[in-house]
Design a protein around this ligand. Sequence first.
Ligand code: NIG
Ligand code: FE
Length: 416
Amino acid sequence: MPEQLWMNTAQVVTPTGGPACGAVAMNRLTVIPDGAVLVRDGVLAAVGLRSELEPLISPETEVVDCGGGVILPGLVDAHTHPVFSGTREDEYEQRILGKTYKEISAAGGGIRRSVRLTRSAAEEQLFALAQARSRMFLEHGTTTIEGKSGYGLSLAEELKLLRVLNRMGQETPLEVIPTFLGAHEIPDEYREAPEAYLRILIEDMLPQVAELKLAANCDIFCEPHVFPAETARTYLKAAQALGFRLRVHVEQLTRSGGAVLAAELGADSADHLEQAEEEDLLALKSAGVFPVLLPGSVFHLGLKKYPPARRMIELELPVVVASDFNPGSSPSLSLPLAMSLACTQMRMTPAEALTACTLNAAHSLRLGDRIGSLEVGKQADFAIFAVSDYRQIPYFFGVHLVRQTIKRGRLVFRKD
Ligand code: NIG
Ligand code: FE
């Protein structure tokens, strides 16, 4: 790969350093007007003013015109459910007409409906869907995702989804960090005996997933009507004993002790947190757990209560924002849209939202030394937006502005 100089930008914008905690750190962006990026062997060799970088190039350097746009680090989506078959727009309509998410799932819809549809899809069919979704992530400026299983809910079906997740990362340019979410729901066949499903999870599924090395992370939907906190503790301890790292769905619909549990177990992240209260936030802070906020799911479910992002920032928690892309509560994989929601609904500044979708997201996945910012030596993952100021990215909400996406120095998406 020849050396490349990406130049003619309005701005190159990036957070830098370790996890950004607190308003000062989360707002501390490096903004380089008429900036440029020099890429060598898929790695960032220099980031700075065009006038500083131009003298460094050789006659062989490929010079790429960014059309006066803004270069950001490749977006990092730290919470997605990208492998499923079928959609649930009828449930969306039912909610608009007054039904709740919980009522729909109690009647057999919701996650269990997606499980039925996903089980009936062949592995190759799911992989074709995953490939298409990979392209969509890249089109929206996302270069790395955390991706969960969770629509299989049996050993064979969960392994199928985990294989698809792993192939998604190996056979498409998108980087995928798989998470095992066999504890997403109680499947249809165990409704009368949820403890039997828990036993299968612990005795069969966790050990197999660990042995086959299909996922390094483990997640659970901690909610009183699905997996209550006490059950979640037993399960997550078993997962930890096998070496899994924890990223958990907690305090989404009901405040039920999941955040305190995440802190007690030293989870990498506690995700959702719409119902979290002060005590929960203090526990996460003292245990060093990353809060992952998913405003798309609150928005799509038509709910009003967003997680307390401002208070988290005041408490100096390293806030992450992710899409929660899934067929039920958040069918959007656009992080620029999640940033818009973070800004207007959670009162995060555009700089905080950007830090939350890049640097902090990368650190929450323990990848902060390689991705999440434009710093010399890091992987050359970046996206070019057709705007003249980075704040226009959340400002033009719902407008597709990505012009090009670059992964490890290779162009992986270009808008015609
Ligand atoms: O993160 N809450 C649990 N899991 C997803 C929703 C999954 C679905 O409805 O299919 C979430 O919101
Ligand atoms: Fe989720």
